[in-house]
Write a protein that binds this ligand. Structure first.
Ligand code: HEC
Length: 473
């Protein structure tokens, strides 16, 4: 029965893939045909921008189908032996897409900020803000930036928006794959907030909407025009959310939700501010009317926010894999320091590109980063140790760890050993003793969400065993 369902899922995916390819093919052919026929006075190729509507539909269709498929597959395989396996592949695929779209988005963002900051003034053409020669991929490139807009609306203008939308959508899907599908194990910390998984997931996802609403309305106030004050306010709000998350959720989940919140601000900026402003610009150009500069300025400021969000958001995403960050006693404080430091690095880079080098910004940012290393340094735990026998420690591992960390795990979620870590033999335990110290004793991030109910005394026994040289007798 399960095998049939698996085959069914794969077939649906294949059909979806073929459909996508087919639709791309037709879009491309249409474009080529139209392009050949129409050429303007300057010999530039013209083609009607029919592509955008059909491709928007195709892309939206793909996303909706994929998300639906993920849900269907998840509920079919929920309590079967395939659940863990599928879960892992879903994680890989969605993560891969998320990273790819994210690179495309942040890459274009960096590139456009670079171009803006590096423009050369062109005095011969007053309508231009500047131009720039570049060499890349074996060719010369020449880019001109207009002060406002060209006199006539050109055809086939490329918009940059799908990178942002898909980064957000795949990121949101990843929240489901990693946290909400297994909320009891990954999101909920019963000692902080004891609710069913779906309640926690709903609160977590809902907080993104609430956070964005706060940010959006704040940016409609006069505060928006005062970048420093706005920055400080936003920083406090973000730290407030970080604190809130860490008091109700598992610490790792708390971190990623701060990242997701900032990611939501960024994608929301594109969707609710930047793209609407660009549409207004295009419309004004088509109508030949004057554009209200306030529209462009508003979008410009929101785009400027995104620029500052990039490095902190990347840092938060990565920190999710490093328990000394979220495993700290006050995880939100570590997160605040990391955000300030990485935001500072971005500030320095921005100033430098504009030739306004401010030498003090970089050292201070680095100093904050280094201070984080000190703050998160492990404190010596526990008191004196009794002589610990290996058998004692071995039994703790059998009871608390091997349900996940063995070559054939018995855990309901992890059907393959997480990170490839197994404790099948005594040597496996000895080999990894420094990591065990880090995860079980210092950061207490293992067992995962303390699913197997390890006691403080058992953690201490493991510490003593390692301190006594992790020997096997
Ligand atoms: C419920 C399942 C589960 C249990 C039980 C569990 N772990 Fe883990 N462990 C994981 C998962 C999932 C990961 C990978 C994610 C992460 O690093 O947080 C992991 C990662 C680790 C790592 C990091 C490996 C690396 O490559 O960085 C160590 C060390 C570890 N576990 C040790 C232990 C020890 C020791 C125990 C028992 C005291 C234990 N785990 C119990 C699920 C579990």
């Amino acid at each position: 029965m399960n095998l049939i369902l698996l085959i069914f899922a794969i077939t649906v995916l294949l059909i979806l893939g073929l459909l996508t390819m087919a639709s791309h093919l037709t879009i491309k052919i249409n474009k080529d045909l139209e392009g050949e026929e129409k050429v303007d006075e300057e010999g530039q190729e013209l083609f009607e921008n029919k592509k955008s509507l059909s491709s928007t539909g195709v892309y939206a269709g793909i996303v909706i189908s994929l998300v639906t498929l993920v849900f269907i597959v998840y509920y079919y395989f929920k309590d079967t032996m395939y659940a863990g396996h599928l879960h892992e592949y879903m994680n890989i695929v969605v993560r891969w897409m998320h990273i790819t779209f994210g690179i495309a988005w942040i890459g274009t963002s960096f590139f456009f900020v670079f171009m803006e900051n590096s423009l050369h003034k062109n005095i011969k053409k007053p309508e231009l803000k500047g131009d720039l020669w570049m060499l890349h991929g074996g060719g010369f490139w020449f880019v001109e930036k207009y002060k406002v807009a060209p006199a006539v609306m050109p055809k086939g203008v490329h918009w940059f928006k799908y990178e942002a939308y898909f980064t957000w959508l795949t990121g949101f899907a990843l929240l489901f794959v990693v946290y909400y599908f297994n909320a009891e194990g990954m999101l909920i910390d019963t000692q902080k907030w004891d609710v069913p998984g779906w309640v926690g997931s709903l609160a977590a996802a809902g907080s993104l909407v609430l956070g964005y609403a706060i940010y959006h309305f704040l940016s409609l106030t006069p505060l928006l025009k005062k970048p420093l004050l706005f920055g400080i306010t936003m920083f406090l709000i973000i730290v407030g959310f970080a604190y809130g998350y860490s008091t109700i959720f598992n610490d790792r989940a708390a971190y990623i939700h701060v990242g997701a919140l900032i990611g939501t601000f960024m994608a929301g900026n594109v969707f609710f501010a930047i793209i609407p402003a660009q549409k207004a610009m295009v419309q004004a150009t088509k109508d030949g009317t004057d554009l209200d500069p306030a529209i462009g300025n508003f979008a410009g400021l929101r785009s400027y926010h995104n620029n500052y969000f990039t490095l902190p958001v990347l840092f938060i995403m990565i920190s999710n894999h490093f328990p000394s960050t979220f495993g700290h006693e006050h995880p939100w404080l570590v997160l605040a320091l990391l955000s300030i430091a990485s935001g500072g690095v971005k500030h320095y880079l921005n100033l430098k590109e504009k030739n306004q080098e401010a030498v003090w910004v970089m050292p201070i940012s680095i100093l904050v980063l280094v201070s984080t290393v000190f703050i998160t340094a492990p404190v010596p735990v526990g008191g004196k140790c009794e002589e610990i026998s290996f058998t004692e420690v071995y039994n703790i591992f059998q009871e608390r760890c091997v349900s996940c960390h063995s070559s054939s795990p018995t855990d309901d979620v992890y059907t393959a050993p997480p990170n490839g870590v197994v404790y099948d033999t005594p040597q496996d335990m000895v080999k990894l003793s420094d990591k065990i110290m880090q995860r079980v004793v210092i950061t207490k991030t293992m067992p995962q969400n303390n699913k197997t109910g390890i006691t403080p005394e058992e953690r201490d026994a493991i510490r003593c065993w390692i301190e006594q040289g992790s020997t096997v007798d």
